[in-house]
Design a protein around this ligand. Structure first.
Ligand code: 4NP
Length: 160
């Protein structure tokens, strides 16, 4: 059975589609594509249907990730379909909790930075939307770290 992971941010055009692209490449690199379902969504639906922000696509492309996701809003049904709903910051965490159909299903919500190993000082992945190029690079650094940690956690749950 596949493990289904949904990355969630606000607009679904910067952080979460980048997390999706990074996670896809990590699982592909380990020959695990068939065992994972990976998607992303936003708690704000205003960018529905859009490709990721061009600044994020450029920054990701420099590291070899092609981001082709089309933005979509987080839905109640996602809490049934996915095993883990991984949010970027407190605002996403609270919005996801408000949408969760039950307390039990809200237990699927995790913070992305819980899985950071190299950057344990961060308790959120900062919104890069109003930042310059360094903001996007920082997001990618944190997401690469957290995606590795998330995969390790899923494969070896007893070690975390
Ligand atoms: P994201 O970034 O949540 O990482 O996709 C943002 C995208 C759009 C907006 C804010 C943050 N916005 O205000 O439209």
């Amino acid at each position: 059975m596949k493990t289904r992971i949904l990355f969630v941010c606000l607009g679904n055009i910067c952080r979460s589609p980048a997390a999706e692209g990074i996670m896809r490449r990590i699982v592909e690199g380990r020959g695990l594509s068939g065992t994972f379902g990976i998607d992303s969504a936003g708690t704000y639906g205003g960018h529905r249907g859009e490709l990721p922000d061009p600044r994020m696509r450029r920054a990701a492309a420099r590291r070899g990730y092609e981001l082709t996701h089309r933005a979509r809003p987080l839905r109640e049904a996602d809490f049934e379909r996915f095993d883990r709903i991984v949010v970027m910051d407190d605002c996403n965490y609270e919005a996801a909790h408000r949408l969760a159909p039950s307390r039990e299903l809200a237990g699927k919500i995790y913070r992305m930075t819980e899985f950071c190993r190299r950057s344990p000082q961060w308790d959120h992945v900062p919104d890069p939307y109003y930042e310059g190029r360094e903001g996007f690079e920082l997001v990618l650094d944190l997401l690469e770290d957290a995606c590795e940690g998330l995969l390790d956690d899923l494969r070896n749950p007893d070690r975390s």
